[in-house]
Design a protein around this ligand. Structure first.
Ligand code: ZN
Length: 387
């Protein structure tokens, strides 16, 4: 058992000063003045710290991604301490462009490995291509038979690397994800990789206009990648569509017009988008090609899971978004959209996934996953098997 005393709690809505008692990996009580004899519990004085739900990163290439500049550019796997440093206690793993040398079997094994090392993991079936390659033969079967699979993605649209699926193909895929989701009690969300192409979100809008599939089934990502797509995403979200902004970036992309997530969140809220429809994900371990002014490939960088909370911090400290609202996009919103029960909130009955933040700077001071310390007083205290 672990008792956190006197933290300033955002659950993510502001709760005020209270104690959190965790036992068996869950929060069993959250109220002021909890008293338990020291012989039964580890007591930690969190006075002066802010306690928030552990972050959910819903789009991470945990087995590595990339390879778009040849075999030598395949990016490495995620290691546990990457997630810990970013305060990420729940990850949804996915494949990307490469569904040949990266497999769903490897993704499932990696997800299980990270789970055994101490964080919570889920995954998407499929990759960029349509028809999608699945683990058991169909999206529906994967959702029904594999516990960790919560949806399908990242399916590429409006991108030169996509399989150029037709509307009918895409609609059938979304329908299958919906049916599998309903039958398994999961979200069955279609995570859609958006490219820079002119067609933008048109296929998603047609799903909403021409089929019975509700907007909750679709989650387009990378919508901040250029100003045109970003404006289209604002309009899409104002009609009830869910949208995901990608936090991993490099300065060159921002100079070319990519919308930084902190500023992007602020702009969406100012435009009247319902905050509950917005999520951030890191695209962690994906490749980020870095070009110089002449457009020459200078090198490749790897997306970082730590960019997730860095973007939330920017939203609060620079774009002046209220802390509770900014936290929502990496806690309560992804938990609801992806139906991750017990995740994304601090409340009695929820999983004991907790991040402690320092006030003013919002630096990560502590990370607890399922009741176990992974980072304590700024020191990473848990390691992956081979770290
Ligand atoms: Zn992508």
């Amino acid at each position: 058992m672990l008792l956190l005393k006197n933290a300033d709690i955002y659950g993510p809505a502001p709760v005020g000063r209270a104690d959190i008692l965790a036992a068996g990996g869950r929060i069993v009580a959250l109220e002021p003045g909890i008293r338990i004899p020291d012989s039964y519990v580890e007591t930690f004085d969190a006075a002066g710290l802010i306690a928030v739900p552990g972050f959910i990163d819903g789009h991470v290439h945990i087995t590595g991604g990339g390879g778009e500049g040849g075999y030598a550019t395949r990016t490495p796997e995620l290691v546990l301490s990457d997630a810990i440093r970013g305060g990420v206690t729940t990850i949804v793993g996915c494949l990307g462009t490469d569904g040949v040398t990266r497999s769903l079997a490897a993704l499932l094994a990696k997800a299980r490995g990270l789970d055994a090392e101490g964080i919570s993991t889920f995954m998407y079936t499929g990759y960029y291509a349509v028809p999608v390659r699945t683990l058991t033969g169909s999206i529906e079967q994967d959702l029904l038979l594999i516990d960790k699979i919560v949806g399908v993605g990242e399916v590429a649209l409006s991108d030169h690397r996509s399989t150029q699926p037709t509307f009918d193909e895409f609609a059938r895929l979304a329908a299958e994800a919906r049916r599998g989701g309903i039958l398994s009690g999961k979200a069955g969300v279609v995570n859609v990789h958006m490219g820079d192409g002119r067609r933008g979100l048109s296929l998603l809008r047609r799903i909403l206009d021409e089929t019975e599939i509700p907007p909750t089934q679709l989650l387009p990502t990378h919508v901040n990648r250029n100003p045109t797509l970003f404006q289209e995403a604002i309009a899409y979200a104002k009609t009830g569509g869910q949208v995901d902004l990608t936090t991993s970036t490099v300065p060159a992309f921002l100079e070319e017009g990519e919308v930084a997530c902190g500023r992007g969140l602020c702009a969406m809220l100012d435009a009247g988008v319902d905050a509950s429809l917005i999520t951030f994900t890191s695209d962690g371990q994906g490749s980020i090609p870095d070009f110089d002014e002449q457009g020459r490939l200078r090198g490749l960088q790897v997306g970082r899971v730590t960019s997730l909370f860095a973007a939330v911090r920017d939203a609060v400290l620079q774009a002046r978004v209220p802390l509770a609202t900014a936290l929502q996009v990496v806690t309560a919103n992804p938990a609801r959209i992806l139906k991750l029960r017990g995740k994304g909130e601090l409340a009695a009955g929820a999983d004991a996934d907790i991040v402690l933040l320092e006030p003013e700077t919002l630096e990560i001071n502590g990370v607890i996953a399922r009741g176990r310390w992974l980072m304590k007083t700024r020191e990473v205290v848990a390691k992956g098997t081979f770290e």
